[in-house]
Write a protein that binds this ligand. Structure first.
Ligand SMILES: [Zn+2]
Length: 105
């Protein structure tokens, strides 16, 4: 089952992390690291994220690594190279974890 995450659900009006349950924190850490990694290497079609599949929740033991890509504007897709796990992240643009280089106005 694909894990669809809207980053806005984790943030307040100022773009800061809201109070999260332990489970949500684990997911949040996983998701924000994917966003950081993809946006730092936005020119690459697929980015290998320095995260293990098991990072996304407790009680997982998959040692697969996560590959992610930005296929559509405002949508990052990721998948595990070892198991069926996959997901998408929306509303990450302009968040603190969006490291794309932009022209300053
Ligand atoms: Zn996996």
């Amino acid at each position: 089952m694909a894990l669809k995450v809207d980053l806005k659900q984790f943030l307040d009006d100022q773009g800061n992390e809201i109070a999260l349950t332990d489970q949500a924190k684990t997911v949040f850490y996983f998701i924000t690291n994917i966003v950081l990694c993809v946006t730092k290497h936005i020119e690459q079609p697929t980015v290998e994220v320095d995260l293990k599949c098991s990072t996304r929740a407790k009680n997982l033991d998959c040692e697969g690594s996560i590959k992610a890509s930005c296929l559509a504007p405002n949508m990052i897709n990721w998948h595990c190279d070892c198991c069926e796990a996959s997901g998408s992240i929306s509303n990450w643009q302009y968040s603190k974890w969006d490291k794309q280089l932009r022209t300053l106005h």
